[in-house]
Design a protein around this ligand. Structure first.
Ligand code: AMP
Ligand code: GLY
Length: 425
């Protein structure tokens, strides 16, 4: 099978690494890829938002399956454009991608499918939003409806903070059209987990759970990032019971509601869940794999992913399929450029060689470039270091051995990834 992975981050590096092990693979292309994926397949200089360019390449190269990594091409209709050209894609249509591109769309699906989620209201009018906020208890959550580069959610600890966030979005337009309509939500509490399913429009297969660390600072402090590290599986009282409950109460009803309205969902479905004292509640959907969750989960999956993704793209997943999981745990720690998620420099040299001898360590490139014969930083999140081990402690320790061995003085990592999973050891 000739496969095109779309994206250039560590998530796509992990997908390429996993697919490269498949006996069913005959050629692997990554657009645009990165210096890490260059060792696994052919990097193609086409940007993720160049939909005509990606379709033309897939057609000219007789690609059998396209696997998009990030949401941007999905939101722009990559799957639809490929489908019109007769090319199979494991990703949702633009209409189904609304599960990520519109938070109000998701809430409406939740209402139809009776999915547990925080109470909410929607506003385009600032006075009405303010009146509602005054009538609710703090804390509460203010959200821009559309995609806002991960900055569209404000967890407001006080009524004043909530009023201010609503004003910034509705009156000052800080997120432009994405914030022209807002949601005001009740605040949920509990540990947060990332939950994944492989979907073919009708059938969903459980594809793992992970715990991300979104804040830049240790102890979950500081601004939000794309994710500073993850562990899998999360430490849970009864993971099997939870995964069955989430598949039954959240994932499958969503798939049924999406099919019912004529926008069946194919691709990776990522549910952000809050494990509240009264059970799991949906915070949000993403229509793609998580990053860094993908780097953490794929090394634990024993199955060949390629036939599954091909079946998913064709609406032919066998509902009896259950993935096989490697025993033990995995941890991913992100090495970021100092300053991230604020302004940061590029072009600093990185030497990976000292980490190359550490067993069970995977180095995925997130924001790097090859220049003047050296590997250099070229992004906020620069590298994702994943280790597996017989338990959380072993995986976490090995990931930090990798982080410490890499020579990148201008980089930093959170030092407490997975620490909560070790409580009680
Ligand atoms: P983002 O990934 O930028 O959409 O950030 C959303 C984050 O805001 C989630 O990961 C949660 O930590 C938090 N959040 C969103 N909705 C709620 C809610 N209803 N209650 C509590 N926290 C929430
Ligand atoms: N790590 C969270 C995300 O991919 O959105």
């Amino acid at each position: 099978m000739r496969v095109l992975v779309v994206g250039g981050g560590a998530r796509e590096g992990a997908l390429a690494w996993k697919l490269a092990q498949s006996p069913a693979l005959s050629a692997l292309f990554i657009a645009p890829g990165n210096p890490g994926t260059a060792a696994l397949g052919s990097n193609i200089a086409i940007a993720v938002d160049d939909i005509p360019g990606l379709v033309a390449f897939a057609r000219d190269q007789a690609i059998d399956l396209v696997i998009p990594g990030p949401e941007a091409p999905l939101a722009l209709g990559l799957t639809d454009a490929l489908s019109a050209a007769g090319i199979t894609c494991f990703g949702p249509s633009q209409a189904a991608a609304q599960l990520e591109t519109s938070k109000i769309f998701t809430k409406e699906i939740c209402a139809v499918a009776q999915i547990p989620t925080a109470a909410w209201a929607r506003f385009t009018d600032l006075d009405q939003a303010h009146a509602y906020i005054h009538a609710r208890p703090a804390p509460m959550v203010i959200k821009a409806d559309g995609l806002a580069a991960g900055k569209g959610v404000v967890v407001a600890e006080s009524i004043d903070a909530a009023l201010e966030a609503a004003t910034a979005m509705l009156a000052h337009g800080i997120h432009g059209a994405a914030g022209a309509e807002i949601l005001v939500e009740d605040c949920l509490t509990g540990p947060e987990i990332s939950f994944f399913a492989l979907c073919d429009g009708e059938t969903a297969i459980f594809a793992g759970m992970a715990q991300d660390h979104k804040r830049v600072g240790e102890g979950d402090t500081g601004p939000n990032t794309g994710g500073m590290g993850a562990i899998a599986p999360p430490r849970l009282h009864d993971p099997d019971l939870l995964s069955e409950a989430v598949m039954a109460r959240i994932i499958r009803p969503t798939l049924a509601a999406m099919a019912e309205r004529g926008t069946p969902f194919r691709g990776f479905l990522f549910a952000g869940l809050m494990l509240t004292p009264t059970g799991p509640q949906l915070i949000e959907f993403n229509v793609r794999f998580g990053d860094p969750e993908c780097e953490t989960l794929l090394p634990l999956i024993e199955d060949d992913l390629l036939p599954l993704l091909a079946a998913g793209a064709q609406g032919a997943l066998d509902p009896a399929t259950a993935l096989s999981w490697r025993a033990g745990a995995a941890a991913t720690v992100i090495l970021a450029a100092k300053g991230y998620p604020g302004p940061y420099a590029r072009g600093m040299n990185i030497d990976l060689a000292p980490a190359a001898t550490i067993p069970d360590l995977l180095i995925f490139h997130a924001g790097t470039m090859q220049r003047d014969g050296a590997l250099q930083a070229n992004g906020g999140r620069v590298l994702a270091i994943t280790a597996t081990g017989p338990d959380w402690r072993a995986a976490i320790e090995r990931a930090y051995r990798g982080i410490d061995a890499i020579d990148f003085p201008e980089g930093f990592a959170r030092r407490d990834i997975g620490e909560r999973a070790l409580i009680g050891d």
